[in-house]
Design a protein around this ligand. Sequence first.
Ligand code: GLN
Length: 569
Amino acid sequence: MDLLRSVKDRTDDTEFYTPLPAGYTPGSTRYVAIFGTVMSGLGKGIFSSSLAKLLKDKGLRVSPVKLEGYLNIDSGTLNPFRHGEVFVLDDGMETDMDLGTYERMLDQDLTRANFTTSGQIYSSVLEKERKGDYLGRDVQMIPHVTGEVKYRLRDLAVKTQADVVFVEVGGTVGDIENAFYIEALRELSYEEGEGSVIFVALTYVLSPPALGEQKSKAAQLGIKRLMEYGIHPHIIACRAENPVVEKVRQKMSVYSNVPVKRVFSMHDLPSIYLLPDAMREAGLDSEVVQLLNLGGRVNSAADARAAVEWSRFTSKITSAAQTVNIGITGKYTALRDSYASIIKALEHAGASNDAHVNVKWIDTTELTDADVLKAMGDVGGIIVPGGFGSRGTAGKIACIKYARLNKVPYLGLCFGFQMAVIEYARNVCGLAGADTTEISPDCKHPVIDILPEQKQIEGLGGNMRLGGQDIDITPGTLASELFGGAGRIRMRFRHRYEVDPRYIDQLQKAGLVFSGRHPVHPIMQVLELPRSVHPYFIGCQSHPELTSRPLRPQPMFVGLVKASLAKKG
Ligand code: GLN
């Protein structure tokens, strides 16, 4: 901290280069940095968001940031097969699915400032270099690239007025691409001073079935690797299938100088939402408050209230009174991460209905009208989620037709909304050849089409419509029932195609109701069938799954689970 005060921000006569954002007060913000060792995919985001939640519960202002190693500027072009779903923020930023975990756990909307990739870092450094911002110096990984990382972290602190910034470093310690992030955090800790930055190492305790016991060597080596970077962890979280035994925790402690009470067993749990309680029980939150000297900012009454509210939610997750099967169709059936937000939205909606939702995956690639009953016979309701391209679409339409005719509760999300329009146009309006131009550019009835002129109105040109948009809900509809009356709501979008307004009249005359629209333009956002015809048939052009939160479940999902339970009973 003193270091920061004593040195000029930018200078060419010192090695010390740390530009500070305007308004930054050194020493007022605390930082918790989370690194993964041994292997990736251990749940750094889940750990970090759970810990952040516990601090938020205490009345502290928290702000998470994910630092991605890859060079892409955002996650928009990433294949969900490899990386899990693309999560869209309200400001339109396409991010890693971890941002969804943070938004849900914290019940807090995030922005592009909460998401950084190596590509973003390097492009701002190169841009500054071209503008001559580096005052004739050779531009280096240290201090310039690391300086850019620190600048962003502090800028986030200023923008969000955070008491604590949670920094999650993507990938694993030892990767080439995240090494400069780790170095930047080491520098940050030096500059901010004692008690301002703490480090968490998430590691993995193996338990080879042939040995029948937990082995900590790989975990120890992982921590050693982190120490080679000059980072000594304050907390070690051990991922494992089963609770990490005391002996192994002691061993981790001895080999890393981290007190046993701060070696946390992060074993598999039935739901990630049980993790905050497990951490609280282990006293991890109090340890962090102490290490960061935040005791004076803690609101204990708010903390107690939040704990009660949360346990009301988690008890529904562990012991729900009923069970219901919900089918999900989709191209990425092999990889559940592609549908992470939908699965979470169902978990939230289940808890609010006192029900456990069993997800049943329906592969539609070979599905036809003839065998749809076999695929859908045992589901209480069905979701056709977002998607791109033609694979499996005939099967999806078969499922929608079955759901419509047999009164199976239906929820269509984005592509599932478009498919429902096509199914209705073909099978009710009698428009043979109705399709989306995404699949069939020369179809006879392009009921779903790319309409650049519509998007120009919103300033999007021919691009993907991304991020939060307002929707006006029509009074007296199922949608208005779900959203607590007519009026304006907001949802997040990620699509290129939409309903061609030339077909709206015809579809409506045949009984389809467009119950949610763009406030000004003829952009259809929600569709439904009247209750008199179908117990629950609804679709939306947006992605409501992205804004479902544990304690504020998304109404369309709540409605689906409720209707599916009613059908089953
Ligand atoms: N492929 C469709 C479109 O671009 C739907 C997109 C989606 O489901 N996210 O409009």
